[in-house]
Design a protein around this ligand. Sequence first.
Ligand SMILES: [Zn+2]
Length: 474
Amino acid sequence: MRQGARIAAAACLAAAVLAGCGVSGDARSIGSASIGSGSNVPGSSSVLTPEATAGSDSAAGSTGSTGSTGSTDANGVARSPGSTDSLAASDANGEEVTVVTDLANRRLAALIAKDRTAWLSTVADSQDPFGRDQGDTFDRMSQLPLGSLTMGGVSVGPGDVGGVQGSVARFHIGYRFTGYDRGDRTFEVAYAVAKGPLGWRFTGVAADQAAAQPWDLPGMTVAASATSLVVGDQPASVLQAYLALADTGRARIAGVWGSAVPAVLVAPHTTDELRRLLGRTSAAGLDQVAAVTDGPLAPGAPATGDRVYLNPVTFAALTATGRQVIVTHELTHVTVRATTTRPVPTWLSEGFADYVGFTGSGLGTATVAADLLDRVRKGTGPTGLPSASDFDPTTGEISPVYNAAWLAVTRIAQTHGPAAVLAFYRFVAGGPEPDPSVRGAPDDLARAAFTAVLGTSQDAAVADWLAYLGRLAR
Ligand SMILES: [Zn+2]
């Protein structure tokens, strides 16, 4: 790891990639399913992977939601429960869908009523490993401010359950953390289901349910303020410290952006837990990332349920200042995503998140941008604004790229004033309500903003920024 303040900067940046991506245009337009939402939703996970970057963090949601939340109707529900014994073979799946719908609805009702016994009545054996885990899961979920709970999308089909083929029930659960989320998130559950002496019951977790939810963290506890929710399986004192970082970060963001939305941070204890929360099959690239912001993001709409996932290894290695910078950076993404409706170039989203993140950090430019300035001195510095692919942590060192983005935004503030930075950003990103009259790719809108907002041209501003980098590197 790098040392001191530079660690903070680099990590932050890296972290930003993921997070930021979401903010970036690519992210919004690309979207995968919502990661957030979904646990198993393909694509949601990939923040770090190249394609992920694209959508990743951001992504997560781009398409919206994963799911069909909302409805309690499941496929096949319309079928008459009828007498199962007489169902023809072709109707057998209809019976399974019907009983699984009933089981899933009973679980949802039990969760809402906080009725542990009713919850466990949907599993075959509350004392076997799966049943005990279900009890623990209920206890963890009961600690959280779960609201707007819905169920839908029920299907039943063959699947791998512990290496054995069996029937797998799948359905979506919609929820929000009341007081923190402004919209619902959806995730998919994939459980083995079988008919035993007591009737149909859930018997295990399907092998392909890869993504985890915050309440799947073993030993999960919660630290919360009115505006920040921290969920994790780290010691309570650590979660409290992260809560303080979040509240301080929100205050800094409000001071720059004018407002800060409530935030949800997830603090796993291991890298593998982080990988599962992100729905990824590999941890590749995570070592360059201190945190990831992810959540459903629909085109033309503000984000309503982002999560900031802290990487336990890289985040713990940061200095105290670095941790604050990272959390402020990520929460900047959360607030910006929640209050704008258009994607922006990655250099702008990441540069702005660092611009806010380093505000008040006490870190000087030579320290924060050391990696970039080293390159400038060697003659290998940038020749233009960073592209989205430059921020991909799987293809190279991203710290200098974040430095470059940060100094591009910082230079706008130096030359035109802090208010111009906000005007520039909002020109490109729009406000909380979509404006159909504004069209154009993120890069084109940014180019237009240099003229419309700053009274210059992008080419002139880039030339000025490159000259500025040259002076800093002397
Ligand atoms: Zn970022």
